[in-house]
Design a protein around this ligand. Sequence first.
Ligand code: B12
Length: 473
Amino acid sequence: MRVLLVKPRSSAAHFGLAPFFRTEPLGLEYISAALGASGHQVRIVDMSFERRTMARLIKSFQPEMVGISCVHILDAAATLQLAGEIKRMDPAIFVAVGGHAAASYPKAFEQSRGIDAICTGEGEGTMPALCDALAQRRPVEDVPSLLLPTGDGRFAATGKAREWLDLDHALCPDRAAVEAYRKNYVCLNYMPVWTLETTRGCRHHCKFCSVWQFYKGSCRYHAARNVRADFEQTGKNVFVIDDLFWSNPARSEELCRELLASGERKNWMLVQSRVDLVSESADLLRLWRPLARNFDIFFGFESPTRKGLDSLHKGTDVSKTLDAIRVARECGFGVTGNFIVDPDFSEEDFAELWEFIETHKLYRSGFTILTPLPGTRYFEQSKAQLEVLDWNQYDLHHLLWKPRLPVERFFELYCETWRRTVLNAGGRKKWWQWLRNVDLRHIGHMARILARAQQLMDPRAYLAECTLPKDSQ
Ligand code: B12
């Protein structure tokens, strides 16, 4: 079959660090590799950077199947819009939707027109099975891990769900399929950037996270030799998107030795991890450090207090946070991370957060507003409280219910929190310091995203989008 795989253009990527992180559709690259191996003909389009309209793409490639990836619930509206547009153009095209958000919360797509199937599992297994069934005119009802429309606006599951893939045998992602977009993929001031996966899933149970709930607490690892092959395919700046790096010290050491043996070294690497893991893994960190000239760790710091960590079910302690910061810095890693701002914050809670940032020099942190993500238990438990059900506001930078402080005051203090970071171009890190390390040809782009980031510190930007009643009204 001719299969077009589409990453929709996100309509809601202006707050937070989103303008600083624009990455490739890695999930679609894995699916493309699997479909290619099954004899299907595949193209990937990234609508964030594609100049051609969907109509032109359909006309030129003439796909029999379009697969749309909805990784973030923020992309639900764009996904629905694309599905409808494709069906209107050619009702014979089979439209499948998959990706973390669609699979975790398919309800967001009920009443849709244009979706023929929602895939609730990993696309490497399901897409080839679905395309084979369609090509051989076998019933799609026999393909596991699908939801099919029932005709009354709902979806019903096909047979038994497919088992999680054995990643040991996963093919490397089809990097070539997105090469045309490569120059657009950036993280902070590093460009172009490649993303890499070594592990899938997480065993921890943080209240706000949808990953462990989706993968049912499982954690699987790619074979070291395959990661090495992929590492050698990627360029000089690499964001490892694993939810939890260093989660299995023995596997991680084996993988690191394999990568060191390859001789390939990067300019920049970024990994995401937990403070308790890093605080206990100094030797492992030292082993990894030579793989990149600049090596950053993104921590889920979440809260500066034990009470805050407990309320988020983080299962760690502030002393571990401090140990991790020390270990990471001693081993030569850059320390970055995220704190969660609870709508229940008082003036004192904000002050406590600022003091923590100042004392431990955590100026490269981001701040998100506590958000129950669809597909989590927390979302189901919060339904009575949620006043906003517009998915465009689920970017972790909108208030979804009335905070303890007046709305205006909450955003004033939230913006003051962002002002304490390196993103404040009038503050800690000046424009020219950001631009100093950027290639001449990328200076314009970097200046534009820095300018956009300044709205993170402007309460008016948040208030303009806030649909909750303001206290001044
Ligand atoms: C990398 C990443 C990003 C990248 C962008 C990735 C991208 N290409 O869009 C960046 C850093 C920009 C990012 C930003 C954000 N992210 Co993000 N991100 C991730 C992360 C860590 C990995 C995603 C990934 O590449 N996985 C690896 C690939 C191989 O897996 P995959 O994409 O899921 O694809 C597989 C399946 O889903 C399926 N599949 C995928 N597409 C399709 C299509 C079809 C047709 C089929 C059949 C199957 C299928 O098959 C694939 C192969 O198995 C996930 C965590 C996670 N584990 O999912 C969070 C995650 C998706 N992000 C999340 C969030 C909240 C955000 C932010 C809001 C955070 C913020 N503070 O600003 C922003 C919003 C960005 C925006 N759109 O505006 C949440 C989403 C929750 C939700 N339900 O919406 C997640 C789940 C993290 C979490 N802990 O809860 N993110």
